[in-house]
Design a protein around this ligand. Structure first.
Ligand code: NOJ
Length: 543
């Protein structure tokens, strides 16, 4: 039973991202739901080696929403979308998770609501509305143009003119996602109460959507031009997003949120943030650690969107080095190699057809790095991006560098026509039938079996879940580091990103292979190990 008193659970945890529409459909409407997730909890953790063995789930938004941005446009922060179930189903999900020692994080979306949220409907109703200042309204410039030059993340101006009142409102994402005004104490209080509401219902914490954009420059100053922009670069890079992203006041909002979480023992928050490792580290609250418990570092996905981070040892090493150097004492990084906004790992790194091999190495790297790893559903199977026909595309934000539907397709439980996901027509098409849980469960050589073993090993190996990080090698092809906790045996984590075998000089002593992405490493080892092409391994010091 999960003990709420274990305030530091998230430090050792591996967190699994469930995209509720795509995990399991229980009522045949082709859309995944909360009951479906309950039905599949044993897959995630039933306490035996047959299950995946994760510690917590993060549910992408489950709230009532017109689904313009698939739940990131919330129209009621305190309820459940009928596609997913009811409040009672959510309560049962939390209870069933806790019975299995699985914690539950919800997706808190503070930067914007839906334009259908009663707050915005009221705010928009007139300039005199008592909720007018709950959103960011401004007069047009004298020539009628938007109040400043900010762009929306999904393209176009970040401002929309409301004809009726003659003012513009700010929307950093879709027009249907107006930005809340976090400079208004009433908004802050209302949003803090949303957190309390869900924690009172027993949830263990939150993933916070675009935390880095919640506070903007108080005078909404123009963003300066980006002198490095060249024709051919994404339009979004034309300006430097300094007045609406990582604006220093945002750290005050973070501390306010942390205080609310601290009212409840054992709860945590992980922020979705963008920026360099110094920006990311600041979300932890610097030395006092009075900010978020964790802030995502997405640099393994892309250091600068939309450029995919290459699977090359020196770059992989640099990302961890920078993250480690920037972390305040007592804080730990938080890495994801995939999520619902980016192409699947095995597709992203499949230019030469070796994506699946790299996915095996990635499993051991992600679970070996110091920090809290997030695993996106289906990554443990090596699910690939699915080619979604034009007439079945769902994501309205197709201009978000790339369409996001291919990475959001239903979980593949078996090879049957409905993949064990649904008895109805799925909301997005399925991928290749061969990639599924049933087939991989039966195969000890599968990626799923590797994930299961690695998760179990990580849980039992103190150095892996709690040890310090020391870089060992960062050559052209090999990235290796040692994890070591006081009083525990050290573990070396090593990845070969090259297409040829690579030598790794080991620290003194006899080393034994704990786990390996490829079977061909002979134990026990002293002096030097040979890593297979595109392989990775964990080595533990003997005796
Ligand atoms: C980040 C989320 O991950 C993404 O899916 C969403 O579209 C935007 N924030 C806006 O909420």
């Amino acid at each position: 039973m999960a003990s709420p008193g274990d305030g530091d659970w998230w430090r050792r945890a591996v967190i699994y991202q469930v995209y509720p529409r795509s995990f399991q459909d229980s009522n045949g409407d082709g859309i995944g739901d909360l009951q479906g997730i309950i039905d599949r909890l044993d897959y995630l953790n039933d306490g035996t080696p047959a299950s995946l063995g994760i510690d917590a789930i993060w549910l992408s938004p489950t709230f009532p929403s017109p689904m313009k941005d698939f739940g990131y446009d919330v129209s009621d922060y305190r309820d459940v979308h009928p596609d997913f179930g009811t409040l009672a189903t959510m309560d049962r999900l939390v209870e069933e998770c806790h019975r299995r020692d699985i914690r539950v994080l919800l997706d808190f979306v503070p930067n914007h609501s839906s334009d259908q949220h009663p707050w915005f409907v009221e705010s928009r109703s007139s300039r005199q509305s008592p909720k007018r200042d709950w959103y960011v309204w401004r007069d047009p410039k004298p020539d009628g143009s938007p109040p400043n030059n900010w762009r929306g993340v999904f393209g176009g101006s970040a401002w929309e003119l409301d004809q009726a009142s003659g003012q513009y409102y700010l929307h950093s994402f879709l027009v249907e996602q107006p930005d809340l005004n976090w400079r208004n104490p009433e908004v802050v209080e209302a949003m803090h109460n949303v957190l309390r509401y869900w924690m009172d219902r027993g949830v263990d914490g939150f993933r916070i959507d675009v935390m880095h954009m919640v506070l903007k420059h108080p005078e909404l100053l123009d963003n300066p031009d980006n002198p490095d922009w060249k024709p051919g670069d994404p339009e979004l890079w034309r300006q430097r997003w300094v007045n609406n992203v990582n604006y220093p006041d945002v750290y005050g909002a973070v501390k306010g949120i942390r205080k609310v979480l601290d009212e409840y023992p054992g709860r945590m928050a992980v922020g979705e943030v963008m920026g360099n490792s110094v920006h990311i580290a600041a979300y932890y609250g610097n030395e006092r650690l009075d900010g978020l418990h964790l802030a995502f570092n997405f640099h393994y996905i892309n250091q600068r969107e939309p450029v995919v981070t290459p699977w090359e040892a020196p770059i992989l090493a640099l990302i961890a080095r920078h993250a480690e150097e920037a972390m305040p004492p007592g804080a730990q990084p938080c890495y994801a190699f995939s999520n619902h906004d980016r192409p699947r790992f095995a597709s992203r790194h499949n230019g030469d057809g070796n994506g699946p091999a790299r996915a095996r190495a990635a499993a051991l790297l992600l679970l070996g790095l110091r920090g809290t790893p997030f695993v996106y559903y289906g990554e443990e199977l090596g699910m690939l991006d699915v080619d979604v026909p034009e007439d079945r595309l769902q994501d309205p934000a197709r201009f978000y560098s790339f369409g996001r539907d291919p990475a959001r397709t239903p979980m593949q439980w078996d090879a049957s026509p409905g993949r064990g996901f649904s008895s109805g027509e799925p909301w997005l098409p399925f991928g290749q039938a061969e990639i599924n849980v049933a087939a991989q469960s039966a195969d000890p050589g599968s990626l799923l079996s590797l994930y299961r073993r690695a998760l179990r090993l990580r849980r039992g190996e103190q150095s892996l879940h709690s040890g310090a990080y020391h870089e060992l090698a960062a050559t052209n092809d090999v990235f290796a580091f040692v994890r070591e906790a006081q009083g525990a045996r050290p573990v070396v984590v090593a990845v070969n990103t090259g297409l040829a075998p690579a030598a790794l000089p080991l620290p003194p002593g006899q080393w034994r292979v704990l786990e390996s992405s490829h079977p061909a490493i002979a134990p026990p080892l002293a002096g030097e190990a040979t890593l297979p092409p595109l392989g990775a391994a964990w080595f533990a010091l003997e005796g």
